[in-house]
Structures are given as C-alpha cells and as structure tokens.
Design a protein around this ligand. Structure first.
Ligand code: ATP
Ligand code: MG
Length: 176
C-alpha cells in the first residue's frame, strides 16, 4: 500500500530515541513532505530503525546522527549519517551479509548478531530499491536507502485524487 516516508522516519526515530538519549546523541531530522512509496510500512520502519541503531551503537557519546529523506528524480532517498568510527573500505561490501561484523571484539560490546544490515538490504530489494554505504574510518558513515517514488504525477486538470496511482509492477520493473 501507499506508505508515507515522513511517518516511517518519525516512527523509526521514536524507536531509537531512548538509545540516543542514553548516549546524549543528538538526532537531527530533515524530511521533505509528501514522500510516498508503495510497500510495507512496518518493514520500512524496521529498516530505518536498524540504520539508526547502528549509527548510535557505532558512534561515541555526544556526537550527532542525522536522518533525512528527499526526492531525487523518481527516487526517495532516506539517508542516515553518523560521526562514528566508520567502516574500512575493504569491509564495506561485506557488512550487508548475514552475521558479518567488522570487528568481533568491538561489536561484542554492542551485543548484536550481525543481521541488521542484511534485513535493511532485503527490505530495500523487496521494495524495488537498494541500500548503499559511504564511510571513512574515523570520520563516520552514511547509509542511503533508495526506493522508487509512488507520488502521482501532477494532474493537468488539478485533481490528483481522481487519477489512478501509477502501476506498481511497472515501477519495480523486471529483473530478467
Ligand atoms: P545487529 O544489527 O544484528 O544487532 P550488528 O549491528 O553487528 O548486529 P549489522 O547492523 O548488520 O549487525 O552491521 C554489521 C556490522 O557493520 C556491524 O557489526 C559493524 O561492524 C558495522 N557497522 C554497521 N553500521 C555501522 C556504522 N554506522 N558505523 C560503523 N560501523 C557500522
Ligand atoms: Mg545493527
């Protein structure tokens, strides 16, 4: 169904607020209005919350975590940025694999299983999108989810509610 991305982001932020406050991490929010995708709102909240949880877990106290959503062409971009420890270039592909963690000793302290990013990747793929990472060690990371927009084209007769939504099948395309 149609999912409002602003609402998804707010719900995800709500789920990590306590963890952020415990580390005095400042959560900055910048989302455009009226961003919609077709899909499962609950899964999208889980994916965004996983990215936020990582940003908080792998950052020092009193740093900043930002989350933003915007439309770029026919894509909704949801980006989570932190000022944390970063991820070595050689590991950046593997972190999306199930159970993969960059540094077992370091990660043990945060008590995860290594599934968070694998879930994000699957949720994005199931919505016809993708997730990518930019990161620099010692500087921080940005994870970006890209999903096809579901906003109807602006109707020339000025009544968008009367127009049928664009086809979901056409938007997700075929994989051959
Ligand atoms: P889980 O999410 O299942 O609780 P996890 O956080 O270890 O456990 P993932 O979310 O899949 O698992 O992340 C995999 C690994 O990628 C992490 O263990 C960590 O080493 C690295 N990582 C993920 N996000 C970040 C980040 N924002 N900054 C630095 N390293 C990260
Ligand atoms: Mg995680």
């Amino acid at each position: 169904q149609l999912v409002d991305i602003g609402a998804v982001v707010l719900e995800a932020v709500d789920r990590v607020r306590v963890a952020a406050e415990a580390k005095s991490i400042d959560l900055g929010l910048a989302t455009e209005r009226d961003l919609r995708v077709f899909g499962d709102g609950e899964l999208l909240v889980t994916a965004v919350a996983n990215l936020l949880t990582n940003a908080i877990n792998y950052s020092e106290a009193r740093t900043k975590v930002g989350i933003g959503a915007r439309k770029v062409g026919e894509t909704v971009e949801i980006a989570v940025t932190d000022q944390g420890q970063g991820i070595p270039a050689a590991e950046q592909e593997r972190i999306f694999e199930r159970f993969y963690r960059v540094d077992a000793a370091r990660s043990r302290a945060t008590g995860g299983t290594g599934l968070g990013l694998a879930i994000v990747k699957h949720v994005c793929a199931n919505h016809g999108g993708e997730v990518t990472v930019w990161s620099e060690e010692g500087r921080g990371s940005t994870f970006t989810m890209r999903l096809p927009v579901a906003a109807p084209e602006v109707a020339d007769d000025g009544d968008p509610a009367a127009d049928p939504p664009p086809g979901v099948a056409a938007a997700t395309g075929g994989e051959g």
